[in-house]
Design a protein around this ligand. Structure first.
Ligand SMILES: [Fe+2]
Length: 306
């Protein structure tokens, strides 16, 4: 098993960042990500669903775009005498899927080591959190109504084919979720069928919809949280106000407030912008679903005779 690396996903990073990132959808066809079966396959998902360790919300089932209550496909088991609720009953999920439901697997990067490596690489490159979700859709089904997501998405088609319609990013991009009626959207900007190995990049707040074609469709959505200037600046302000000059506020009057603001303003003007931006990568590496370490292995090495 392997995951694509950053270049396989985005192509030439310079071209991606100059022409597509935050601007418009990007289609990469002709299997730029290598053998899709090596990334995730139906066989792999069959094994995962029987693991008895993947529970909602890591796995969810949607029928007609609406979440199926987990009680319809889970039960409680005992492990070491302790009740573990919400354990998936595979046959129930298979039955819902046969009836047309879409099965989604969330934050797979928290379970599947090679997908964690991919999320980690993206977290470092973008300086923000990355998560990976798999969408398994029965033939000729639309999992969800047209919508836009709060995150940048790289859709990797792994099995079957799926028709995607993508419209222009909306004007006021707040990083929220939005829903649309198809008849209100007009002609799509992009109308394309993804085949196994193809990648479609959809910037955040870009309306889209997808419908599977004649076979079961499996695709991964590799998601990256967009970094907003307000988040970056809040981080900087937080770091600059850690000393006791910014401690308890007593009812001191306007001149004291003005003094604090002046102090903060002069510190902001001295900020080393490149160091500040470089800190993003470290922050991304610490994001949930991305962290890595050698705690056990390093202790083992420390105690080995030299
Ligand atoms: Fe979406």
């Amino acid at each position: 098993m392997r995951a694509p690396d950053f270049e396989e996903l985005v192509g030439d990073p310079e071209v991606y960042f100059a022409e597509y990132a935050n601007k418009r959808p990007m289609l990469r066809s002709g299997s730029p990500i290598g053998d899709p079966q090596e990334i995730l396959s139906l066989a792999h998902l069959d094994k995962l669903i029987h693991s008895e360790a993947i529970r909602p919300p890591y796995i969810r089932v949607f029928s007609g775009g609406v979440a199926v209550p987990p009680a319809r496909y889970t039960r409680t088991i005992k492990i070491q005498g302790i009740d573990v609720p919400d354990v998936v009953i595979p046959d129930r999920v298979y039955a819902l899927f046969r009836d047309g439901a879409t099965v989604t697997w969330h934050s797979l990067n928290q379970h599947v080591p090679h997908l964690r490596e991919l999320a980690r690489e993206l977290s470092i490159r973008f300086g923000t959190r990355s998560d990976i979700t798999a969408f398994l859709t029965p033939p000729r089904k639309q999992g969800f109504e047209p919508h836009h997501d709060p995150v940048d998405v790289f859709a990797l088609q792994l099995e079957g084919t799926k028709r995607w319609r993508v419209w222009k990013p909306i004007r006021e991009r707040r990083g929220d979720i939005g829903h649309y009626r198809l008849e209100d959207l007009g002609e799509p900007d992009l109308d394309v069928t993804l085949r196994p190995g193809d990648v479609l990049h959809i910037p955040f707040n870009t309306p889209h919809m997808a419908v599977s074609e004649d076979q079961i469709s499996l695709h991964l959505s590799v998601m990256v949280q967009p970094l907003m200037w307000r988040d970056l600046m809040l981080r900087t302000v937080e770091r600059l106000t850690q000393d006791d000059g910014f401690d308890p506020v007593h009812a001191e009057g306007e001149s004291h407030v003005a003094g604090r603001l002046e102090r903060l303003a002069s510190r902001l003007l001295e900020v080393d912008v490149s160091a500040e931006l470089a800190g993003r990568a470290a922050q991304g590496a610490r994001a949930d679903g991305s962290r890595d370490g050698r705690g056990f292995r390093s202790q083992n090495t420390e105690h080995l005779p030299t």
